[in-house]
Write a protein that binds this ligand. Structure first.
Ligand code: FAD
Length: 302
């Protein structure tokens, strides 16, 4: 089926924080023909479109939401091709669908001996959501590896955008095609050849580091706040929250993790109302202690 439409979909079933009330509808698109169908169907669905990937960076309100969740489900094995250039004379271009999960892409890179993405080990997002967030880890941002991106809009259909024509920032990406709705449909990354063993070792090192410093198996959305500009050296949002006494703070079923203070976790039966109250508590505590304003990294759907 190119396009599958479902009414009344619960966001708590689509997000890793397991929070969120019902959205009006969900549109799952598997191929380009499905995008054409979606363009025709959207006006009749009665809600604003919202691109949704793996839901690993979303805090959705208890709802209801007048939204149509648009999900790219193009998750076939990526196309891999070599071309001259890069530090060792050969760049490997990897073209992946937005619906492919980043962990799956990393697994394929490991087997094929492709290096570049290892720092993102443990990031559970889809390719589409990870590009849209310019996901980054241990100094590597996805945008730095992106060569071009294929973006869909209901008005203009699919277009390729060179990375140099897009805007990137800290957890920010904009393909600059429209002020309205856009969907990342495919992305192409420039990677390099390496031995599978060396790639695996780097991934293992990153994952070991994350396992000891982050609640990797908890129901979370990763870091909820961005690291603020102007903070003292070495003071990321997690450290600021920790020193402001927020680590482990609970409300109902929600809590700031005892492992990493910038991870809000759903310990079971948590609500978005509790999560939002805790976010405000954390923000106020850091402001009172350090005079710094924390900006949310997690996308809040009120
Ligand atoms: C345990 C854990 C660890 C994490 N670690 C990291 C980390 O180290 N670094 C990091 O940067 N993030 C991290 N995250 C957050 C999250 O995984 C990333 O932001 C991820 O890349 C988001 O991808 P997603 O598919 O889940 O996007 P979603 O959460 O579904 O959406 C996020 C945003 O992207 C938009 N979006 C989604 N898909 C598309 C699309 N196809 N086209 C256009 N817009 C789209 C959504 O509208 C929303 O604004 C972590 C999360 C968890 C749960």
């Amino acid at each position: 089926m190119p396009l599958t439409l479902t009414r009344d979909v619960l966001l708590k079933e689509r997000t890793t924080l397991r929070l969120g009330g019902p959205a009006l509808a969900e549109a799952v698109v598997t191929c380009e023909a499905g995008l054409d169908e979606l363009a025709r169907a959207l006006p009749g669905l009665g809600g604003l479109p919202l691109a949704l990937g793996a839901g690993s960076n979303i805090l959705a309100g208890d709802g209801p939401h007048k939204l149509v969740l648009v999900r790219a489900a193009n998750d076939a094995e990526p196309d891999v091709s070599a071309q001259p250039g890069g530090p060792d004379g050969k760049t490997i271009l990897v073209r992946a669908g937005a619906g492919l999960r980043l962990p799956r892409l990393l697994g394929l890179c490991q087997h094929a001996g492709l290096t570049g993405l290892e720092s993102l080990t443990g990031v559970p997002g889809s390719i589409g959501g990870s590009v849209a967030m310019n996901a980054g880890s241990y100094g590597v941002e996805l945008g730095a590896l992106l060569t071009r991106v294929r973006v869909w809009t209901p008005e203009g259909g699919l277009v390729w955008r060179e990375a140099t024509d897009c805007a990137f920032g800290y957890r920010h990406f904009n393909p600059e095609v429209t002020a309205g709705f856009w969907l990342v449909w495919e992305a192409e990354f420039a990677l390099s050849a390496e031995t599978p063993t060396a790639v695996r070792q780097r991934m293992e090192t990153v994952y070991e580091k994350k396992k000891t410093s982050q609640p990797v198996t908890a129901k979370s959305a990763g870091c909820v706040f961005k690291n603020p500009e102007g903070a003292p050296a070495g003071m990321g949002a997690g450290r600021l929250l920790d020193e402001a006494g927020v680590k482990g703070k609970r409300l109902g079923g929600m809590a700031f993790s005892t492992v990493h203070a910038n991870f809000l976790v759903n310990e079971g039966g948590g609500t978005a109302a509790e999560a939002l109250e805790l976010l405000e508590y954390g923000r106020a505590a850091v402001f009172d202690r350090f005079g710094l304003d924390l900006e949310t990294e997690v996308k809040v759907l009120p």
